[in-house]
Design a protein around this ligand. Structure first.
Ligand SMILES: Cc1cc2nc3c(=O)[nH]c(=O)nc-3n(C[C@H](O)[C@H](O)[C@H](O)COP(=O)(O)OP(=O)(O)OC[C@H]3O[C@@H](n4cnc5c(N)ncnc54)[C@H](O)[C@@H]3O)c2cc1C
Length: 423
C-alpha cells in the first residue's frame, strides 16, 4: 500500500473491519486531527441482518453490500484499503496484512466481527450453506434456483430431496431464513415452476434445544411456532445434525433427511485472529473490554461489536452480538478516540437498547426489549423495519430496501430471484 497521503506527524488510528463497528468508529473520527485508515478484506460493508433477504431474492446485492470507499470518501482524514489482516502485534503496535505493507498505529480499533462455527460437524465445511457473508447468501440463492431449474428438467430428482431444505439453528438467523425460504417457495416458485409439486418441497428447521428462540419469552416462542407452521415450515426441536452430504442430512438420532440443501445458522465464534493476540478471551472467543470499550491491558486498543464481550452497565450482562450493539460501540469508540486526541475526558459506554427482534415473514415479526416488553405481528414488523432502516448506512440504501419490501409485501414480488453466472 502506498502512503495513504496524510502527514506522518499526525497520530494514526487504524480500524480493522468495515462492519457496523468499524464504519461507526470511522464516521465519528471525521473531524479528529488524525490519520484514519480503515482496512477490510472486502471493498464493501456487509449488512448481515438482511443476508437472508438476499439469499431468498427479496433484496439485490447492492442493498446488502455497500462500497466502503463510497461510505467514507467525503472524510478527508480517512483512507480505505482492501486487505486481509494476517497478524496483529499488540506490543509492537503493528498489523500485518496478506496483500499490504505492515502498518503501525497509535490507536487500534478491532472490528473484525465473528465467523461461522460448525462445531466440527462432519461434512459441513464442504456441503453446508452458512449465512454470514455476502458470498454465502449469493451462493445459497444460486443453489436454490439451480435445484428448481434442475428439477424442472428432471422431476425425478424431487423424490431424492432436490427441493428440500434443512435449516439448522432455532435463533433469529435460522428462523428468519426458514420463513423467507418458505415464502419464496410457496409464493414465488409456485408460480415460477407450476409443473413442480410444492407439497413435495419440504422446509425443515432443526434446533438442538427444546424450543426455538430460547432468548425470547414463551409468548413469542408460541407466536413464532405458529407463524412458521402457517408457512409450512416443519420444526424439529431436540434434534442435532450429526453429518451432511450433498444430498442427505443425518441427525444424531440416526434419522436421515433427504435434502440437497443444508443452511447453517447455528453458531458463531469470534474472529479466529483473536486467539493470536495473547489476551485472555471470554466465552465465544470474544475479547473482554473495560467500560470505555478499550482492552484493559492495552488502553490504545478498542474491541467493538461481535468480536468483543461488552458488559451492559445497566444489566451487568454481556450484550448480544447485534448490529445496534456493534454500531453504537463503534460510534462510542470513535468519539472516545477523538476526545482523547483533543485532550478531553471520555465517558463509559452506555448501550441504548433497540430490542432483540426477528422478521419471520410478511406481516409476521417479533420484538422483545431488554426490559421484557414484547410485540408481535404487523406492529413488530414496523418496529423491525424502523430499526433496520436506521442501521442501513445511507439514505439510498434505505430507499432501495423500502421499495423492495413494499413490492414483496403487496405483491410477493422478489426482484432478485435471478442467477448471474460467470461466463
Ligand atoms: C445472518 C445474520 C443475521 C443477523 N440479523 C441481525 C438482526 O436482525 N439485527 C441485528 O441487530 N443484528 C443481526 N445480526 C448481527 C449483526 O449483523 C452483527 O452483530 C454485526 O454485523 C456485527 O458487526 P461488527 O462490525 O462487529 O462485525 P461485522 O459486521 O461482521 O464486520 C466485520 C468486518 O471485518 C472484516 N474482516 C473479518 N476478518 C477480516 C480479516 N482477517 N481481514 C480484514 N477484514 C476482515 C469483514 O469483512 C467484515 O466487513 C445478524 C447476523 C447475521 C450473521
Amino acid at each position: 500500500m502506498g502512503d495513504p497521503g496524510v502527514s506522518a506527524d499526525r497520530p494514526r488510528v487504524l480500524i480493522l473491519g468495515g462492519g457496523f463497528a468499524g464504519v461507526g468508529a470511522a464516521k465519528k473520527l471525521e473531524k479528529a486531527d488524525a490519520e484514519v485508515v480503515l482496512v477490510d478484506r472486502h471493498d464493501y460493508h456487509t449488512f448481515q441482518p438482511l443476508l437472508y433477504q438476499l439469499a431468498t431474492g427479496l433484496l439485490e446485492t447492492t442493498a446488502v453490500g455497500h462500497s466502503l470507499r463510497d461510505l467514507l470518501e467525503r472524510q478527508e482524514n480517512t483512507s480505505v484499503h482492501k486487505g486481509t489482516v494476517n497478524a496483529i502485534d499488540l506490543d509492537a503496535r503493528e498489523v500485518r496484512f496478506e496483500e499490504l505493507a505492515p502498518l503501525t498505529y497509535d490507536y487500534l480499533v478491532l472490528g473484525l466481527g465473528a465467523e461461522v462455527n460448525f462445531f466440527g460437524t462432519e461434512g459441513t465445511e464442504e456441503h453446508a450453506y452458512p449465512m454470514y457473508t455476502l458470498p454465502n447468501a449469493v451462493r445459497l440463492k444460486d443453489h436454490l434456483l439451480e435445484r428448481w431449474e434442475a428439477a424442472e428438467r428432471d422431476p425425478s430428482i424431487v423424490e431424492d430431496g432436490a427441493l428440500n431444505v434443512v435449516i439448522v439453528g432455532g435463533g433469529p438467523t435460522g428462523v428468519e431464513t426458514a420463513g423467507a425460504v418458505a415464502e419464496l417457495y410457496r409464493a414465488d416458485f409456485a408460480g415460477d415452476y407450476p409443473s413442480l409439486p410444492q407439497e413435495e418441497a419440504h422446509i425443515s428447521l432443526v434446533e438442538a434445544g427444546p424450543a426455538l428462540f430460547s432468548m425470547f419469552k414463551p409468548k413469542i416462542r408460541e407466536y413464532t411456532a405458529k407463524a412458521l407452521a402457517d408457512r409450512t415450515v416443519e420444526v424439529r426441536t431436540g434434534a442435532t445434525v450429526a453429518s451432511v452430504s450433498p444430498t442427505r442430512v443425518t441427525l444424531n438420532s440416526g434419522e436421515e433427511l433427504k435434502a440437497h440443501t443444508l443452511v447453517w445458522g447455528a453458531g458463531l465464534q469470534g474472529n479466529r485472529l483473536v486467539q493470536s493476540l495473547g489476551l485472555e478471551l471470554e466465552r465465544g472467543n470474544r475479547i473482554g473490554v473495560g467500560p470505555d470499550l478499550a482492552v484493559p491491558s492495552h488502553p490504545e486498543v478498542y474491541a467493538l461489536g461481535d468480536i468483543a464481550a461488552i458488559v451492559d452497565e445497566k444489566t451487568e450482562q454481556v450484550l448480544p452480538q447485534l448490529g445496534s450493539v456493534a454500531l453504537q460501540s463503534g460510534e462510542h469508540a470513535g468519539e472516545s478516540i477523538a476526545r482523547k486526541l483533543a485532550g478531553k475526558d471520555t465517558k463509559p459506554f452506555a448501550y441504548k437498547d433497540k430490542g432483540t427482534m426477528a422478521a419471520i415473514g410478511r406481516r409476521a415479526a417479533v420484538v422483545q426489549m431488554l426490559g421484557g416488553k414484547t410485540m408481535t405481528g404487523t406492529k413488530a414488523q414496523l418496529a423491525w423495519a424502523t430499526v433496520h432502516l436506521a442501521l442501513l448506512p445511507t439514505n439510498e440504501d434505505r430507499a432501495k430496501a423500502v421499495v423492495d419490501w413494499a413490492g414483496a409485501t403487496f405483491s410477493h414480488q422478489r426482484v432478485g430471484r435471478i442467477t448471474v453466472e460467470s461466463e
